[in-house]
Write a protein that binds this ligand. Structure first.
Ligand code: G3P
Ligand code: CA
Length: 326
């Protein structure tokens, strides 16, 4: 596996980070309820009350940050002006202007698709557009919620460099927007591609970085015995084969693993290291309860309503509702 590392370890991130006692995060705004990564889903989450809005971002050809899980138009989500879902592979955002991106409707999952079958209760709202990050920040301001934070994921894949900006341009555009909006103290930056996290730590050490990992899966992003193209040259073999130790050495503030990868032993190691642990993406109440009892610091869920209920039943203080319309 090729590993290109021009990124030596950046300084530790988010030293002054204020975390809620427990972090209730609405994944893509709450994808099981409303169209993902849209002002509709984010307004819904703000209206019920969450600690954090989780979201994914890409960059258009004209340098605008848009909120989307895919690096381009998603054939299971995006319909053109002709009413037809785009054909695979969808055009990457780096090839489209914002004006072009805004022509697509992402308010309804493609009927009959495997993806739609995963979220049968998602309420479709045809006519919904892909938002910009600036529009989301405006929505948060309008809600009056002074506490909610954004957990912003840079969607960049080292195996497909042509589908996103370089890590340097991606981070520069993100930080420019956050600074213009004076929103740096309301965000975390997360990524599977640790290159962008290293740059954030170097250029904006006040922003906590969140190291995403996937281990127990067909396509892992990290391995105990070697670096991968995702890890910006950091090699767990040099850190006792431990992913948490590697993230600590990389300067991360939070480890965000796939929830099935967390064990009590790994959690205990994070405690020793002073690393927070926020797991993704947990949608069943029994799993939420088990992970809360295990001691994770936060949960990311497509069902923020269920997560609030489950956390409340465990005696966790719930964030206040801030009703807002998209
Ligand atoms: O925040 C972590 C989680 O969102 C990562 O997975 O694929 O849903 O972006 P994904
Ligand atoms: Ca994400």
């Amino acid at each position: 596996m090729a590993v290109g590392n021009t990124f030596g370890a950046g300084p530790a991130s988010g030293k002054d980070m204020k975390m809620p006692a427990f972090d209730i995060e609405a994944h893509r705004g709450g994808r099981a309820l409303l169209p993902e990564n849209t002002l509709l889903s984010f307004a819904n989450a703000l209206s019920m009350g969450v600690n954090t809005l989780e979201l994914d971002i890409g960059v258009t050809r004209d340098g605008v940050i848009v909120v989307s899980h895919e690096r381009g138009l998603n054939p299971d989500l995006a319909r053109g002006v002709d009413g037809k879902y785009v054909t695979a592979p969808g055009t990457p955002f780096v090839q489209l202007t914002l004006e072009e991106v805004k022509q697509y409707d992402v308010g309804q999952l493609r009927p009959g698709s495997t993806y739609a079958a995963q979220f049968p209760d998602q309420h479709a709202v045809p006519g919904t557009r892909i938002p910009t990050l600036k529009e989301l920040i405006d929505l948060v301001r309008r809600s009056g919620d002074q506490d909610v934070r954004l957990n912003i994921e840079t969607k960049i894949d080292p195996n497909h460099p042509e589908e996103s900006p370089t890590p340097e341009r991606f981070v520069a555009l993100l930080l420019e927007l956050l600074r213009t909006e004076k929103f740096e103290n309301r965000v975390m930056v997360q990524s599977f591609d640790w290159r962008t996290l290293q740059l954030v730590q170097k250029l904006a050490p006040e922003i906590p970085t969140v190291y995403l990992t996937l281990q127990a899966a067909r396509n892992p992003t990290v391995f105990p015995d070697k670096a991968s193209e995702w890890t910006a040259g950091f090699n767990p073999a040099e850190h006792q084969g431990s992913i948490p130790r590697t993230i600590k050495a990389a300067g991360g503030a939070i480890w965000s693993p796939y929830w099935r990868d967390v064990t009590p032993e790994r959690l205990a190691e994070c405690r020793t290291l002073g690393l927070k642990v926020v797991v993704w993406t947990v949608n069943q109440a029994a799993d939420m309860t088990r992970l809360i009892e295990m001691g994770v610091d936060g949960v990311i869920s497509d069902r923020p309503d269920l997560l609030r209920k489950t956390a409340g039943e465990k005696g966790i203080a719930l964030p206040a509702a801030h009703p807002v319309t998209p």
